[in-house]
Design a protein around this ligand. Sequence first.
Ligand SMILES: NC(=O)c1ccc[n+]([C@@H]2O[C@H](COP(=O)([O-])OP(=O)(O)OC[C@H]3O[C@@H](n4cnc5c(N)ncnc54)[C@H](O)[C@@H]3O)[C@@H](O)[C@H]2O)c1
Length: 669
Amino acid sequence: MENTEFKNLILQGIPDELPQPKPYDPNVNHAPKRKDILSKEEKKLAIRNALRYFPAKHHAVLAKEFAQELKQYGRIYMYRFRPDYKIYARPIGEYPAQTPQTAAIMLMIQNNLDEAVAQHPHELIIYGGNGAIFQNWAQYLLTMKYLATMTDHQTLVMYSGHPLGLFPSHPEAPRVVVTNGMVVPNYSSPDHWEKFNALGVSQYGQMTAGSYMYIGPQGIVHGTTITIMNASRKISRKNAGSEMKLFVSSGLGGMSGAQPKAGNIAGVVSLVAEINPKAAYKRFNQGWVDEVIDDVDKAIQTALYWKEKGQPHSIAYLGNVVDLWERLANNDIHVDIGSDQTSLHNPFAGGYYPVGLSFEESQEMMVRQPELFKEKVQASLRRQVAAINKIASKGMYFFDYGNAFLLESGRAGADIFDARDNFIYPSYVQDIMGPLYFDYGFGPFRWVCTSGDPKDLDKTDQIAGDIFEELLKDAVDEIQQQLKDNLVWIRQAKANKLVVGSQARILYADAEGRIRISTAFNRAIASGEISAPIVLGRDHHDVSGTDSPFRETSNIYDGSSFTADMAVQNMVGDAIRGATWVSLHNGGGVGWGEAINGGFGLVLDGSNEAQRRLQSMLFWDVNNGIARRSWARNHGAMYTLQRTMQQEPLLKVTFPNLVDDQLLEKLDI
Ligand SMILES: NC(=O)c1ccc[n+]([C@@H]2O[C@H](COP(=O)([O-])OP(=O)(O)OC[C@H]3O[C@@H](n4cnc5c(N)ncnc54)[C@H](O)[C@@H]3O)[C@@H](O)[C@H]2O)c1
């Protein structure tokens, strides 16, 4: 398709004439049918809501079609309106736009929806089973048209995928403000999501799905590599052994599929169970897992062979993870590191497949007999925990991987609590990400080269690596390891072929690293060394971006882990300091109602204005969370904050006074 034709189609928005209905494409991975949750009257409301996007002349045809979609899929996706052009991150110049900022946002939206990137592209689901960018195709078409026509005296307001409209603002303001799934707090149960989403009035934006910042699996490969490396170090220190480690987990889906690849980079043997053959073979064909084995004993024997050999290797066990854990427990096999990455943020609607049922039986039962299915999921979790406990009692280091495994196992009545009602296993944030990374300001900083030219990405890799080398020279001991691990990562990033979709890179950096790297990028754009603007962003899973008591803020111990002031403040603070777009979401990772998280995008165009914005915004974006973590008495954060206050006299943060434990012990209360 010619570029002019593409531009015209974007500018057209919702077409005046109805496009032809789209046949259902069986070659694409589709979202599972959603729960039939609406009453008859509510179904009429959902259809009335959907028809608001179209003139009355089309209502008779579309009402019938939408009723059918609702019946068949549990949602109205408006499949007919999915564009015929290929959706992917085009070079920035190919978008019709009034400003490079809005063109960059269009590029990021199209990257999320790229069939190579999105999990269920036709249902506008980007990852995690239900992480949506839009609820339906009309919202996509309208949003792209608004972005193409708006100026820098307007701000686009997005309510859960719905473009409310353009409002007059000013060039300093964000071009887009996104909220996803925000509800009055008492209406935040999983069934509320099912209902509001089916009505077409809310969506689960996950983290980077609804905020246009997903860069495919690379982000998660990096986070998982760091986690497995540090988990290995933890047990190596304990056992003083340097022999090859065996890592057992589950899930080869959107994010979980990073585990075997990360395991190979981190230098362990990984054995990962996956029940869905499509997911397992997708990773195998991509080269992200070395082999797929459907016999549980053979899978275990193969893992032990490579462990014995002392060589990193990854195996997908095609089957249920409970069968794998039970076989390992019954055969008394030593596992070094264990985790789980089924989609337990969405336990009863396709995120977790109970043992004893085939994949197809589960899919049938979750729709037709949801109560029975829930019982099966909970019984399966109890069995899984029993087997894990047996192996952990012999020395396995097990951690929760931010997928609500402990939370849902606890709710299922599994033996997962100690005498004080705390979980017996830590989350990866409590043990690794929190104390080693977030408390020191290190988090998943990322960037996208909008030229789409791999040479630009190479240049940025070079710049970022050189800056990390410089930072290492004067770094304090506390952050040496983090810098070293990330230096290795960035130097090997190209060779590891991590790009899927846009020319993007992720690197865990602290405030200083992020600002220095961005400053160098901005200069390189100004000098023409880098050929087009760069989008800066991050995963919401960061120092300040997310309040989530069982994940990002699980290492906050002053009782404030259930508050969400930090994430809300973060989004507002980014908006007033120059972000190009900001977002705030209910849910993300662990499930609807379980977290509040937000993020930003900042377009660097080589200007002095971009330099001013990046300095002010990135400093706040990291130090907000450090200040909160310091107030919660987290040692690393207190240390980092004091150093930062010495360097920046305008930063004046309330510092906690520590109390002698003995004083409290003596109190008669
Ligand atoms: N790794 C991280 O740092 C991180 C970060 C954010 C979120 N998460 C969480 O991890 C979870 C997984 O994310 P995802 O994007 O991979 O989701 P996904 O739904 O794409 O993948 C999960 C996979 O688990 C498989 N599965 C489910 N039950 C199973 C069972 N009993 N046995 C074997 N396989 C089973 C599914 O078939 C699916 O392929 C989510 O809850 C997500 O929120 C992890």
